[in-house]
Structure formats: C-alpha cells, structure tokens
Write a protein that binds this ligand. Structure first.
Ligand code: COA
Length: 187
C-alpha cells in the first residue's frame, strides 16, 4: 500500500523485507536516545507486525520511508491516533511522528515526508488538526515540527505517563499543533 510519494521518497506500508529496519530503529542507541526502552529482535518483530496491521486495517500508522533512488527503507513517518495521553491530548487526536536511521539524518528527508503527510492528513483525510510531541530537549524532532509549520502550544507541556521512574529526564514533553486552517493559509 503506497500512501504518497515525494521528490526523494516513497511513503508506504511495511513489507516483510523491512524487519531489519524495524530492529535497527528500535535498538540503535542514537535513534533511541529519547526513549526509555530498546527493543530486541523479537520485540522489534512484534512492533513490525503491529504497525503493518494497523496501516492495513485503518490506513493510519507509522509508514515506511523508502528512498526512491536505491529502494532502501530508512525509517518511518506516520499519522496515528493518540489515545493514551488524556488529559494532555484528547483521545482520537491525530499525531504525526518520525524515526529515521541515523546515517540518513541531516538531509531533510523527514521534513520532506512530514510536509507531504500534512497535505495527506488535511487534504485526503479531512483532519481538523494534527499534533506532535517530543521530550522537551529532543531538538532534532522539535526542529522538524517547526520546519513543517507546527507551533508549540504554550502552557501544554506535560509529563508523559508512560515514562518510568528510572528515566525522569525523559518525562517532560512539549506539545506542538497545526490546525487545518493554519496549514491552508500557509500553502
Ligand atoms: C528526529 C529526526 C527524525 C530528525 O531527523 P533529521 O534528519 O534531522 O530531520 P530532517 O529530515 O528535517 O532534516 C533536517 C536536517 O537536514 C538538513 N537539510 C538538508 N537538506 C535539507 C532540506 N532539503 N530540507 C530541510 N532540511 C535539510 C537541515 O539543515 C537539518 O540539518 P541540521 O540538523 O544539521 O540542522 C531524527 O533525528 C531521528 O530519527 N531521531 C531519533 C528518533 C526520534 O527522536 N524521533 C522523534 C521522537 S518525538
């Protein structure tokens, strides 16, 4: 299932051959710096199965980014329901998120994918708003949010309820948002 194409990327559902990618982006120390867990091979396989079925069944989820030039799968960027962050984010709000193999950082690839997925979300899916959130000092991620036109919702920082006591430095999160009308007027 292909969701969209950009100049350099195909945005699509996961294929059986993407299992190594799922493991890499769930276990690499640089990629996982702002997460309180690492997934082993079996856990990464379970993640792969979960995201692939979610996309097949709902059309939403963490889509694979594939480089057009080489066919290499390099990470994910996706749209999905946020149902676990009440009262900070209302259940059913659509979130945009991303994770890229470290060797592909610094090329604007996630900005390119995310910009296209905003158009997909506001256009084809008719969403009213899209949010994103990150650990407060995950500057690479908040920079993507800012590059695609999202803005920080002042007064909406929150402590992520799933972050365990072992990782207090990963608890504080910032929330970004873009409304459909803001996105349209910027086009
Ligand atoms: C967050 C993450 C996806 C950002 O990746 P990224 O490559 O920095 O993001 P972009 O695709 O927007 O690329 C921007 C960088 O490419 C550069 N760039 C080059 N060409 C560009 C272009 N055409 N357009 C935009 N930026 C471009 C920018 O200058 C910027 O570089 P800089 O960081 O040195 O300033 C990546 O760091 C990552 O996977 N982190 C780990 C997982 C994670 O934390 N996910 C978010 C959880 S909330």
């Amino acid at each position: 299932m292909i969701i969209a194409k950009t100049d350099r990327l195909v945005i699509r559902n996961w294929r059986e051959t993407d299992r190594d990618l799922a493991y890499e982006i769930n276990s690499d120390e640089a990629v996982m710096e702002f997460y309180p867990f690492r997934r082993n091979r079996a856990e990464a396989d379970a993640f792969f199965d979960r995201v692939r079925s979610m996309i097949a069944e709902t059309g939403l989820g963490l889509y694979v980014l594939e480089l057009k030039e080489s066919g290499e799968a390099i990470g994910y960027c996706g749209l999905m329901r946020t149902d676990h962050l009440e009262p900070f984010v209302p259940a059913g709000t659509i979130e945009i998120g991303w994770r890229l193999v470290a060797r592909q950082w610094g090329k604007g690839l996630v900005t390119e994918a995310a910009g296209t997925l905003l158009a997909y979300g506001f256009g084809k899916l008719g969403l009213n708003q899209i949010v994103s959130f990150a650990v407060h000092n995950n500057i690479r991620s908040t920079a993507v949010m800012e590059r695609i036109g999202m803005h920080r919702v002042e007064g909406s920082d929150f402590d992520h309820p799933s972050v365990p006591d072992t990782h207090p430095h990963l608890r504080r999160h910032v929330l970004y948002r873009l409304a459909a009308e803001e996105w349209r007027s910027a086009q």
